[in-house]
Write a protein that binds this ligand. Structure first.
Ligand code: C2E
Ligand code: CA
Ligand code: CA
Length: 756
């Protein structure tokens, strides 16, 4: 869905950004590790080189001491061994030597401790005899089995080597030289020969104290060391420095740098964890930073998602929520309906419903009350619908609904239940006006059909019922299609029928309640079909109203009534005022008043014999304009009757502002006469009308009880089957002539003729 795409965009950007960041971090961490490793090696190298410097210094110190002794001896004019050795004794003590010795050119040897010469390989003597400074290998002492190292220098006399002076040093002493603290004591050093033989071992914990050769030691301590040992061997052979990473119980670094003494090397060893701890700290810090960044990005992403979701919700709300009811919007309805229709195994029906003349609610009670009513109707739909069904307000007071059902009877029942609850809102005083609903229902045939098509069918059924007095709902089915077709045919035939004078006027008499005298009549149109059948206005008036043909028809009926009145007046002079219906549409059309005036003038009938019936809903179109129209009609001499009072959104107060002459109480009011509430309404309507000097005509009076009830209330006129049904003109003509002769007709006991 498009909304999801909207989330993906920022997510993609953030995602790409995070990937780039992650890659950068990986590269950075890798580089950092490399640099830290280099740093470790350089620290190790430095330590190692420091060792070399210290050793060199120490060795140099020992040679300087020996050379000082050699110089002193050289300066002696006469060499007196005992005396000299006594002097040298001090040096031995002072410098913690094993001994100092002198070897004369002839091989005579003098030592400070009178021990035998210990230079097993004579390397020192030979070297120093040649004028060199010499340090011996590690030698096992012949005198006491201790390991020693011997330093020797020549004694010159007259520029010739005259003798050799040497000093013997215990291994411990040399070892001391190496005891520079490495890494706060965690590291230690060795001195080895190129062949790996250990010259100075270490006593440090974890060292190779028990080994004599460093290669053997390394190879024995871990198989994984063999490769590094190979590299190290090679380096040492070529006098190179370098480092290895080896394993001996723990991982360690070893740096090797050559000493300028013999073929010796200094090895500096440090456990990897010590070296790595700084690196690890930095790495941990880096990882923590990465973690923080990841969390920050996580928060950022969720923030973006949240904001996007919120935005979406706002958008969805605008798109999918109806602002008035808080329920689904029409868009949401369509989406939901399509889905739910797919899921259900039941039969389905789309319903389009609205309230007759709803705009009157707004006009009378204000938009807030109008909205409250719309919400109320929505709640009724909610009550009447099941969980899997959908309902929504489409526009204005129109609702759309998708219902599921097993049988058509069930659907009928549910629709009736809905209408009943809606009706109750008025009788229970929830709504101050009668809500009359109209429903169009489409029974789904093919669930895969476009929802818009199905909604159209329901809407067509709905508009077909709209404005019909007797029908509340209808189905769009084959009958309906047939009816639509018929309606179209009828509408097409009307013009021709009018030309052929197929429309005839029936008259329904009106009687004075008290005197039971004929006091008027209502002209009611019928369509006499060519086959002789009579079609009732309920069938064709709505069609005529829809097409606008009603204007011609009303005018025709009015003209017919004028013509008849003129005839009756001419003939006997006795007639009664006849009211003619005027459709709402007609009332507001241009020229209407001029045309009617003209017709009356042409007929030469006094206007008091003509009355106009306006339906109650006409009042609400435009009250000011209506009052003007009524005033003009009054001026022309017409009496104005308000038809169907009580069916629409009557307000008694409205009676005060619209200058009508007669109020025609609708049949539905009269039917309610035995209900206490109905009685109360009729009573107050009649009372108010009397106060305002408005006459009341009760319509649809069918029974004696109704008649008596209305008479007792002071109703003025009665129109209903109880007295007379609408009758053809000839019949009415007879009635007129009868009433002229017999003003007190015994109508009460007469059988009522049927002329419908
Ligand atoms: P309406 O103007 O309210 O006319 C009264 C209707 O009530 C008439 O129906 C009449 O036959 C019926 N009626 C009178 N007394 C009784 C009674 O005691 N019981 C029952 N059940 N019905 C009673 P009709 O003639 O079928 O006319 C129906 C509607 O058609 C009229 O209602 C009016 O709105 C419309 N109509 C008739 N003729 C014309 C016309 O020339 N022009 C216009 N615009 N509308 C007309
Ligand atoms: Ca009428
Ligand atoms: Ca009426």
């Amino acid at each position: 869905m498009w909304i999801k795409n909207k989330v993906w965009k920022p997510l993609l950007i953030v995602g790409i950004f995070c990937c780039a960041l992650a890659v950068t971090l990986v590269i950075y961490v890798d580089r950092l590790e490399q640099e830290l490793n280099e740093e470790i090696v350089s620290v190790l190298k430095e330590t190692s080189e420091q060792n070399v410097v210290i050793l060199n210094k120490e060795v140099e110190g020992k040679f300087i001491l020996l050379e000082a002794v050699a110089n002193r001896l050289a300066d002696c004019e006469v060499f007196e061994p005992e005396r000299e050795l006594k002097e040298l004794q001090k040096e031995v003590k002072q410098h913690s030597l094993k001994r100092i010795g002198i070897i004369m050119a002839d091989g005579t040897t003098y030592t400070t401790d009178q021990k035998q010469l210990e230079l097993g390989d004579k390397e020192n003597i030979l070297g120093s005899m040649k004028g060199k400074r010499v340090i011996s290998r590690r030698i096992r002492s012949q005198t006491n089995g201790e390991d020693i190292i011997v330093f020797s220098v020549p004694i010159y006399k007259n520029n010739e080597v005259h003798a050799v002076v040497f000093s013997t040093h215990g291994i411990d002493e040399i070892q001391q030289m190496l005891s520079v603290s490495i890494f706060d004591g965690a590291g230690y050093s060795y001195i080895v020969e190129t062949n790996g033989n250990i010259v100075i071992n270490t006593a440090a914990h974890g060292g190779f104290a028990e080994y004599e050769n460093i290669y053997t030691a390394l190879e024995n301590s871990s198989a994984s060391n063999s490769k590094v040992v190979r590299n190290m061997r090679e380096d040492l052979q070529y006098n190179k420095s370098g480092y290895i990473y080896f394993h001996n119980k723990v991982d360690k670094y070893m740096y090797y740098s050559p000493l300028p003494i013999r073929d010796w090397y200094v090895l500096s060893v440090v456990p990897a964890d010590i070296m790595d701890s700084t690196k690890n700290n930095i790495m941990i810090l880096t990882y923590v930073l990465c973690g923080i960044l990841a969390i920050a990005y996580g928060i950022l992403i969720s923030y973006i998602i949240q904001t996007e979701k919120k935005k979406q919700k706002e958008l969805t709300d605008i798109l999918y929520v109806d602002t008035v009811t808080g329920g689904y919007s029409y868009a949401r309805f369509c989406a939901e309906a399509a889905q739910r229709l797919k899921k259900t195994s039941l039969s389905a029906a789309y319903i389009v419903m609205d309230i007759d003349q709803f705009k009157i609610v707004n006009e009378l009670f204000g938009y807030e009350a109008g909205d409250a009513t719309l919400r109320y109707i929505w709640r009724i739909w909610r009550i009447c619908s099941r969980a899997d069904e959908v309902y929504a307000r489409r526009i204005a007071d129109q609702y759309v609904v998708l219902w599921f059902f097993d049988s058509r009877e069930e659907l009928h029942e549910r629709v009736e239940d809905f209408l009943e609850i809606l009706q109750k809102s008025y009788s229970n005083n929830i709504s101050e006006y009668m809500l009359k609903a109209t429903l169009g229902i489409y029974l789904v045939k093919d669930k895969s059909e476009e929802i818009q098509n199905m909604m159209n069918y329901a809407t067509m059924a709905h508009s077909a019922v709209k404005g019909k007095e007797d029908t509340t709902y209808t189905f769009y089915d084959d009958d309906f299609k047939h009816k639509l077709l018929n309606d179209k045919l009828l509408a097409d035939q009307m013009k021709r029928a009018l030309r052929h004078r197929e429309f005839i006027v029936y008259y329904q008499p009106k009687y004075n309640v008290m005197t039971k005298k004929l006091v008027g009549a209502e002209a009611l149109v019928r369509w006499k079909r060519r086959d002789g059948s009579i079609m009732m206005p309920g069938r064709f008036i709505p069609l005529a109203e829809k097409s606008g043909f009603i204007n011609y028809l009303d005018k025709y009926v009015f003209a017919e009534v004028c013509r008849k009145q003129k005839e009756w007046l001419k003939a006997g002079g006795h007639t009664v005022p006849i009211s003619v219906n005027l459709s709402r549409r007609h009332l507001y059309s241009d020229n209407f008043m001029e045309e009617y005036k003209e017709m009356v003038e042409q007929a030469e009938v006094p206007a008091r014999y003509l009355q106009l019936e306006l339906t109650e809903s006409a009042i609400f179109e435009n009250k000011e304009e209506l009052c003007q129209i009524i005033d003009t009609l009054h001026a022309m001499g017409f009496s104005i009757q308000m038809d169907d009072f009580g069916t629409g959104y009557s307000s008694l107060m409205m009676l005060k502002s619209v200058p009508i002459d007669v109020l025609k109480l609708d049949k539905s009011f009269v039917d309610d006469f035995d209900d206490p509430k109905g009685q109360k309404i009729i009573t107050s309507v009649i009372n108010l009308a009397q106060e305002l000097h408005i006459e009341v005509t009760a319509e649809g009076v069918e029974t004696k009880e109704q008649y008596e009830f209305l008479r007792n209330l002071g109703c003025n006129t009665i129109q209903g089957f109880y007295f007379s049904r609408p009758m053809p003109e000839e019949e009415f003509e007879k009635l007129l002539s009868m009433s002229a002769i017999e003003p007190d007709g015994k109508l009460e006991n007469e059988t009522v003729p049927s002329y419908t």
